[in-house]
Design a protein around this ligand. Structure first.
Ligand code: PMP
Length: 397
């Protein structure tokens, strides 16, 4: 018997991520890459981290020791203040530290989904969320925020399995860069009440707003309705990856104590806790400079977004449409129907050495062939302008 015969059924649903494959291209000389949605490493507060690691190690051996599954308490306490700034009143007991928000998505899939259950997701949605949930063998249905589908329609479409949650990234989503307006956040909460499901709010890009008005997170809106986080069905996932450092793998979940204590059990079984020294150093750096650092990050990405939108206006042929994000890292292009994003990528790599992500990967049903995702976070303005000119060239030919 060959080994794959021994694998569980879920293994056959696991696919290599197109994005991970593409990230390998970043190392080739001459390539302009709008592919990976990764932060610019020049923006990492490297000196602050060097000091923080040194001081954590100098403080005694506990930085290298096992620690509690809930996460480093001073960091959770800092997060209580951080969440309060965006309208979410909670206590440290409502917070679990995870190894990146990706781990939170996996844990939430594990906690909520039995095989055949339904997860409502955006169409397109974050590929890493599809992959994380997919291991728990759910069905995916379209969370149709614009068409205002009724609860009964969702329930009917979900077949035998129960609908368990709606997952979305309401601020500057990956891959579209779009923001969900306040009224739609409210109607999503109504839908969640009607269907009696959880809402998983992915706030990975929440801090990266470049213009427009802040919109309260879905959890903040639900808190305003219910008065206490203990009665809320929304689970908020946050991350330091886009603000301080993705390599340290520190994220967090905010939810009712009931959900958090169940997630703690999931974490205990999976990895006991996230790395102690990483949590301690994130805590020091966040306390020392989060608010000033984020201003620098926003200013840099804002210029890059402007350069991309500006050059798209000049260079895109008739029939190409794109989003105008108010934050985040991505612009989403819809090409005329006859185009295929994957074909365009191979032509573009061959002829003009430009990389981006074909949009199909972000649709659970493999639709969206004529879409592509461009990331502006990791290239300077001159490179962005040159890259968009190259894209115009391949599209015109
Ligand atoms: N959610 C979204 C929408 C993302 O784009 C990403 C990373 N690209 C993540 C979650 C996971 O990020 P991390 O695990 O680094 O926090």
């Amino acid at each position: 018997m060959s080994t794959p015969d021994l694998f569980a059924t879920r293994a056959s649903r696991m696919k290599a991520s197109e994005i991970r494959e593409l990230l390998k291209l970043l190392d080739q000389p001459g390539i302009i890459s709008f592919a990976g949605g990764i932060p610019d490493p020049a923006l990492f507060p490297a000196d602050a981290f060097a000091n923080a690691f040194q001081s954590c190690l100098g403080d005694g051996p506990h930085a290298l020791q096992y620690s509690v599954s809930e996460g480093y308490l001073p960091l959770r306490e800092w997060l209580v203040g951080h969440m309060q700034q965006i309208g979410i009143e909670c206590s440290a007991e409502n917070i679990l530290i995870t190894s990146g928000s990706q781990q939170a998505l996996d844990y939430l899939g594990k906690l909520y989904l039995s095989p055949g259950d339904t997860a409502l997701v955006g169409w397109p949605t974050y590929l890493g969320a599809i992959n994380a949930f997919d291991a728990y063998e759910p069905c995916f249905d379209r969370l149709d925020l614009k068409a205002n589908r009724r609860a009964a329609e969702y329930a009917a479409a979900s077949g035998d399995g129960k609908i368990k949650f709606a997952y979305l990234s309401p601020d500057f989503a990956n891959p579209t860069g779009e923001t969900v307006d306040r009224a739609t956040r409210e109607s999503l909460l109504d839908l969640a009440e009607d269907l009696n499901i959880a809402v998983i709010e992915d706030g990975a890009y929440q801090a990266l707003r470049y213009d427009g008005e802040d919109i309260p997170p879905i959890l903040a809106l639900e808190l305003a309705r219910k008065g206490t986080i203990e009665a809320c069905r929304t689970v908020y996932c946050g991350s330091f990856s886009k603000t301080l450092s993705p390599g340290l793998r520190v994220g967090w979940v905010v939810a009712s104590r009931e959900v958090i204590s169940q997630l703690v059990l999931v974490k205990q079984a999976a990895d006991l806790h996230s790395p102690t020294i990483n949590q301690m150093s994130i805590n020091e750096v966040a306390r020392a400079c989060f608010d000033t650092h984020i201003l620098r990050v926003r200013a840099t990405y804002r210029r890059r977004r402007d350069a991309m939108l500006d050059t798209l206006r000049q260079e895109m042929p008739e029939g190409v449409q794109w989003t105008k994000p108010e934050g985040g890292m991505f612009v989403w292009l819809t090409l005329p129907q006859a185009h295929d994003g994957a074909d365009l990528l191979s032509r573009s790599l061959e002829t003009v050495q430009l990389a981006f992500v074909p949009g199909r990967a972000f649709f659970p049903d493999g639709s969206g062939r004529n879409t592509i995702r461009l990331s502006f976070s990791n290239s300077d303005e001159a490179t962005i302008r040159e890259g968009i000119k190259r894209l115009g060239q391949v599209l015109r030919h």
